[in-house]
Design a protein. Structure first.
Length: 456
């Protein structure tokens, strides 16, 4: 996969630690990215990109030296290793144990060829107009990434892995009685060509068109503080942004997070358990190993209302004297790993969605969200609800659109009074940004009742 032998990698690690340091690792990457876009019945854009290089990291306590190179010759790699190691000045070289063989964790995965992608996109365009004569424009994109990586560290361990990722985006424009609305839909999985089946594209297309048609009859209502029912699945984005980032251990270590001093304390009701999971097959956040060699695992963040764990990379785990949780992630070899979420979700409760809705005298049912803003330290958030319903006397009455949901993440967590038994993981194309890096994630939620949030 890469031109360097085990002996050469061992030598490069020794160079990285020539001036001291507790730990060093090498992250080698060969990634191919391609995308094909259809608009107005014509394939209008095609792209191909390649990422090839290596990142070398040296760690001493909470200090990190990092360098990357796109030249994988031994000479260039040793130069990068010396640069990364120059952050330390003890002058005492660290001995590296013999490197163990690096097994390849996953087999080759077939990716779609351009002609096949083109055929799928054309069929999506044709089928959209068949589903509804109100559809006047269709845009669809198939994007594929195959990331091949090899990782090795100064503890003598490592792995090699293939990480496919395929994403399907669809947007439609519909017109009715002189008015225009848009619908958007996407799916993203760590899979290859087998993910995009006729059944899968049909389901996504139906959802996208239904969302656009719904908006013709939807309204806005006068806002205020009221109960908000968060729908299962896509509403998980609110928990990811308003709560999940505050569990990432770099924000904990620097004191930026509101949860920094609350480990072991009750932060919400006992019927709430929140998990960050890297083990779900084909999920966007699945990691057999994270980007610093820690095995993928399921981490319980909140256990029956008690804050149980933070999301750790190696640096924060060493700082707190705990084991890494497999959350060290990076966008590419050009970036240092940071504590990042994988698939973050609230576990199912015992109520039914019908029970929750019937329990609301007057409130809203928030079904889909678009963009939002979050202050990670305090947890204050504003999210834009694209689609929802007014609930009156326990029943849906008026379809709603374009409303703001405003609140504070930790407080909203405390105000969740009912959790349904219908957990759904949202597999929309979710890319999480942090520290100038973007990585694939997913989130999930059962239907929950938040007793009070501000609706604007």
């Amino acid at each position: 996969m890469f031109p360097l032998t085990q002996e050469e990698l061992h030598s490069i690690l020794s160079t990285a630690l020539y001036r001291g340091g507790e730990y060093a690792d090498i992250f080698l990457e060969d990634t191919r990215i391609s995308s094909l876009e259809l608009q107005d019945g014509t394939v209008s854009q095609a792209q191909q990109l390649m990422l090839y290089g290596a990142g070398i990291r040296v760690v001493q306590s909470t200090q990190t030296g990092y360098a990357y190179t796109m030249d994988l010759s031994p000479e260039a790699m040793h130069q990068a290793a010396r640069f990364a190691g120059s952050i330390h000045s003890s002058g005492c070289s660290t001995e590296i144990p013999p490197l163990r063989p690096t097994p390849v964790l996953s087999p080759e995965t077939p990716m779609l060829q351009p002609d096949a992608s083109k055929g799928i996109l054309l069929s999506i365009d044709q089928r959209a107009h068949e589903i509804s004569p109100l559809v006047v424009r269709v845009k669809a994109t198939i994007a594929q990434r195959m990331q091949n990586i090899q990782f090795i560290n100064s503890e003598g361990t490592g792995f090699a892995d293939r990480r496919p990722r395929t994403t399907l985006f669809i947007s439609v424009v519909v017109q009715k009685d002189g008015k225009t609305q848009m619908g958007f839909g996407s799916r993203m999985y760590q899979r290859g060509a087998e993910f995009i089946t006729t059944e899968h594209t049909e389901r996504l297309l139906q959802e996208t068109i239904a969302q656009a048609l719904f908006l013709f009859d939807a309204k806005q209502i006068e806002g205020g503080e009221m109960p908000v029912v968060l729908a299962a699945g896509s509403s998980g984005i609110l928990m990811h942004e308003a709560i999940g980032h505050a569990f990432e251990a770099d924000f904990i270590r620097t004191g930026e997070s509101i949860f920094s001093s609350k480990l072991g304390q009750r932060i919400c009701d006992s019927h709430i358990t929140i998990v960050d999971d890297g083990t779900q097959p084909y999920d966007a956040g699945m990691l057999r190993f994270d980007d610093e060699g820690t095995p993928g695992q399921r981490t319980v963040l909140v256990d029956k209302g008690i804050l149980n764990s933070y999301l750790h990379d190696r640096i924060s785990a060493r700082y707190y004297g705990v084991k890494p949780t497999g959350n060290g992630r990076r966008e590419s070899f050009r970036h240092m790993p940071l504590p990042r979420m994988r698939s973050t979700y609230m576990c199912a409760g015992e109520a039914t969605e019908e029970d929750i809705i019937h329990n609301v005298k007057r409130g809203i049912y928030a079904q889909t969200f678009t963009n939002g803003q979050v202050q990670i330290g305090a947890g204050d958030f504003t999210f834009f609800m694209k689609k929802g319903w007014l609930i009156e006397d326990g029943h849906f009455t008026t379809p709603l659109r374009d409303m703001n949901i405003i609140g504070n993440g930790p407080q909203a967590l405390q105000h969740i009074s009912m959790v349904a038994n219908n957990l759904q993981i949202d597999h929309s194309a979710g890319m999480c940004g942090k520290g100038g890096q973007r990585v694939g994630v997913s989130q999930g939620l059962p239907t929950v009742l938040v007793d009070k949030l501000v609706v604007g």
